[in-house]
Design a protein around this ligand. Structure first.
Ligand code: UT7
Length: 325
């Protein structure tokens, strides 16, 4: 049976120039490079300039993704930006990205699922592409998590960073089998009873302020390891594949110990896991497309490879998707 799949035809990434090391943070709060590395795997993170909004990071990543796909901005008919740190309350950052990119009138909106945002956004865009409503879509994860930090809270401010990653999605005809190129299956989850484990204590309709990120790290950690593994299994089932067939795992980069815990539960080969958390820290919705771009450009992920992405974040949201490159 002939089906239309949405395929990733190009990726791009952008990290702001300023690098903040663990040693830099040890001057701000009572922490050490050793503690941060041992508990999280993080060594450094990037930080946007004050005059560099999220849309600027998104546009740079999008330009690189379009170039890799051999497409131009005027061909883009759908832009979905996954972000928790929009330039403004409205318009959507996707609208601003459309203007800055010089893309024509089309569909553009943001998806807010925090660290799971990219997996959510990819699944949403897949619906448009697979239904023939988009011929050239940009799915972007772009975040400036450093804007949400309480720089006196050592339990959170050492964990996050800024960055953006983008993919171009285009329709490809398939046979409706797991050998097809493109999105094969996904599983998305949200448990709204756990909003108090990870949230920002501000917003336009409550405090009227931006607020700061608050997290019960330890409980989020436990939830992540258990539930991500379930979503990965469900996404693999939706795709008609076994987890053992996957060539590469591109996990959300929050904590190396979470990634290892999920891998152990699933019986994954560590050599198949793409890790960027040491250099990027947790860039929320940007972390998966950033990691994907690194592994495609360094030649580890190749055309035809089966890739499984997974994430978990505020909401609590979590999810996974399987894509053949
Ligand atoms: O993107 C998805 C959302 N986020 C996550 O997935 C993050 C999930 N959570 C985590 O990654 C981990 O829970 C953390 C890295 C946040 C914390 O690691 P942990 O092993 O769970 O440590 P803990 O929270 O149990 O804290 C252990 C100790 C505490 O001291 P006491 O109470 O045992 O004396 C903390 O106060 O470590 C202390 N601590 C620190 N010490 C030095 C917390 N933060 C720091 C710090 N430096 N930066």
């Amino acid at each position: 049976m002939s089906v239309i799949r949405s395929a990733i035809t190009g990726t791009g990434a952008y990290l702001p120039e300023q690098v903040v090391t663990n040693a830099d943070l040890a001057e701000l709060v009572e922490t050490t490079d050793e503690w941060i590395r041992e508990r999280t795997g993080i060594r450094r993170r990037h930080k946007a300039r004050d005059d560099q909004p999220t849309s600027d990071l998104a546009v740079e990543a999008a330009r690189r993704a379009l170039e890799a796909a051999g497409r131009t901005a005027d061909e883009v008919d759908l832009i979905v930006v996954a972000t928790t740190t929009p330039d403004m309350t409205f318009p959507a950052t996707a609208s601003i990205v459309q203007r800055k990119l010089g893309a024509g009138v089309g569909i553009a909106f943001d998806v807010q699922a925090v660290c799971s945002g990219f997996v959510y956004a990819l699944s949403v865009a897949d619906g448009f592409v697979a239904r023939g409503l988009s011929k050239c879509a940009l799915v972007i994860g772009a975040e400036e998590m450093t804007r949400l930090m309480d720089w006196t809270d050592r339990s959170t401010c050492v964990l996050f960073g800024d960055g953006a990653g983008a993919v171009v999605l285009e329709p490809r005809e398939g046979q409706g089998t797991k050998a097809d190129t493109g999105m094969l299956g996904f599983a998305l989850r949200c448990d709204g009873t756990k909003t108090d484990l990870l949230y920002v204590d501000g917003g336009p309709a409550t405090t009227g302020t931006v607020g700061h990120l608050r997290m019960a790290g330890n409980q989020v950690f436990r939830h992540a390891v258990i539930n991500i593994a379930e979503a990965v299994t469900a996404a693999a089932e939706a795709a008609g594949i076994e987890v053992s067939e996957v060539d590469w795992f591109v996990p959300h980069q929050a904590n190396q110990r979470i990634i290892k815990g999920v891998g152990d539960r699933l019986g994954l080969d560590e050599d198949k896991v793409i890790l960027t958390v040491a250099d990027h820290a947790n860039t929320s919705a940007a972390s998966i497309p950033l990691a994907l771009d690194v592994a495609l450009r360094d030649g580890r992920i190749k055309p035809g490879d089966l890739v499984l992405m997974e994430a978990m974040g505020g909401g609590l949201t979590w999810g996974a998707c399987a894509i053949r490159m």
